[in-house]
Design a protein around this ligand. Sequence first.
Ligand SMILES: Nc1ncnc2c1ncn2[C@@H]1O[C@H](COP(=O)(O)OP(=O)(O)OP(=O)(O)O)[C@@H](O)[C@H]1O
Length: 291
Amino acid sequence: MTERQHGAQSDDEIPTRQPVLEMNHVSKNYHARGMSRRLLDNVIHASAKRYQGQRLALDDVSLSLKSGECLAIIGESGSGKTTATRILLGLLAPTAGSLRYRGKQAPMHSTEWKRLRRESSMIFQNPYSSLDPRWTVRQSLKEAVSLRFGRGLDPSSVEARSLKILDTVGLDGRVVIDRYPIDLSGGQAQRVAIARAIIDEPEILLADEPMSAVDVTARVQILHTLQEVRTIQGASLSMIFVSHDIGMVQHIADRIVVLRQGRVLEQGSCAELLNHPQHPYTMELLKAASL
Ligand SMILES: Nc1ncnc2c1ncn2[C@@H]1O[C@H](COP(=O)(O)OP(=O)(O)OP(=O)(O)O)[C@@H](O)[C@H]1O
């Protein structure tokens, strides 16, 4: 596990990078709507994590994504990974705490928040739910290009861009470009979803359990695809990789944050966490690792 993984960067390099996205003392209670401020404060500051039977999905979480790095967020089901990532990309408002993008506060609907929304893309667990079943691969990619660069682009340059991006994710464009999602294997569909997510050159790419809905062979292909995307885009792309599997993330992450029951148990460079885990829960995750 000490061997450096393809795609990951050196421990010396990452600490000097600027944070591009930060979450400071964030808590999230899904049932907070309608509570009085006093009751809400009781929830946020309670040492016990339950209030009237409700659990805080996130409890005072602080973490940052540095420019050009891949940050993995790992934890078991229900640990708060999806909640954390939805808040990080501005899709969900925190109950308490704040989000900063490129050094500026980014509350929902602010200028910085709009910039974050524009400059970030997501890949989800199930590629078939992120691709419109009525559209061919060509239409899906064209739509993504149009959203970013407007509809006035020359069709031949959209086509050339689509074929190039399909090549980047390891697909032969001439074979798949006229197919509908139903005509693609799970691994191919996920690679098309990755192509769609990166074709508009996002600054931040969030991959939420991108391998969990595909078979083992396709998992390896998707991992290689994401490593390749990182290599090609270099420091211009910062990535958040969500997984319950520390074995998988070691092949792509520079740093790892371990979440459990809505709290950060430990975080550090990939090498530190894999070789010197401090928390018994991280040790358990390592024992259960798949790769
Ligand atoms: N919309 C919601 N309303 C109420 N509770 C929610 C909602 N979404 C998540 N939760 C709760 O918040 C906690 C954290 O959920 P979250 O989905 O963030 O965890 P996760 O680590 O992503 O889990 P999984 O790996 O299963 O997707 C869980 O207890 C979950 O039941």
